[in-house]
Design a protein around this ligand. Structure first.
Ligand code: URA
Length: 236
């Protein structure tokens, strides 16, 4: 994908893609003298600019296309762009980021009732690569179970033979770590629909609470629930 940063773009196109205004509203911002190009008040909506040359209200512009965000997803929020489904994870982002085009989307999903590390990006290629079934990155979940686990579950999960209801292929080997009789961590390298809950259901248990604590080498660090930070896409 072409980066806005690497090439000159029309000012109105750049600002509307970053959510500052619509392409027609830019005339108002120009009249209000809120946009500078290389410290000079911008007057033309079709000026060709580099992202880093422009300031808005004397602040550098928001990051260009290619953002990657780590969010500490709270319980109860939904990984969808459909407003009708309830409060969305995107509502935690600055309102301008919510108007960006291309849109910021989640890289995979966490269920409404799962908390923890959620990645988001506006880079369609990256999104495609990281959500492809061929991409196997380790994700670690902390789960609280309804009942103590049977002794052989670790072996079953590690075997690569566990079949989930309605699926044609077995789950790849997963690593179960027992914390105590109802608290476990599970490391999986796939992202099937409701995978962790369905794996425990397949061995006759039930997940009462679920939290993702890592994705590859990324962790939440000191991010509080509902907070997010930008990361370098190269760290993925
Ligand atoms: N597995 C689940 O069951 N739910 C999630 O949100 C993530 C993985």
């Amino acid at each position: 994908m072409m980066s806005i940063k690497s090439s000159k773009t029309r000012l109105d196109k750049l600002l509307s893609s970053l959510g500052y205004c619509s392409r027609s509203e830019i005339k108002i911002l120009l009249r209000e003298k809120r946009i500078l190009i290389n410290d000079v008040i911008a007057t033309k909506n079709d000026a060709k600019v580099f992202h880093e040359e422009v300031t808005f209200d004397n602040e550098p512009l928001d990051p260009p296309l290619g953002m990657v965000i780590v969010m500490h997803k709270p319980l109860g929020l939904i990984c969808s762009h459909d407003e009708g489904e309830g409060k969305l994870v995107y509502s935690l982002l600055p309102s301008r980021w919510q108007r960006r085009d291309p849109k910021i989307s989640t890289i995979g999903r966490l269920d409404k009732e799962t908390s923890g590390l959620l990645l988001l990006t506006d880079d369609g290629q990256l999104l495609h690569r990281l959500t492809s079934p061929r991409h196997h990155v380790a994700k670690i979940y902390e789960a609280t179970l309804e009942r103590p686990l049977n002794a052989n579950v670790g072996e079953i999960f590690a075997s690569g033979t566990l079949m989930l209801n309605g699926e044609k292929t077995a789950c790849l080997p997963a690593k179960l770590t027992i914390v105590d009789d109802i608290h476990v961590t599970l490391e999986i390298t796939e992202g099937r629909y409701h995978q962790v809950r369905r794996m425990f259901a397949a061995v006759g248990n039930h997940v009462v609470s679920l939290h993702r604590c890592s994705f590859g080498n990324l962790t939440l660090g000191d991010l509080e629930v509902g907070e997010f930070r930008l990361i370098d896409p190269k760290s993925l």
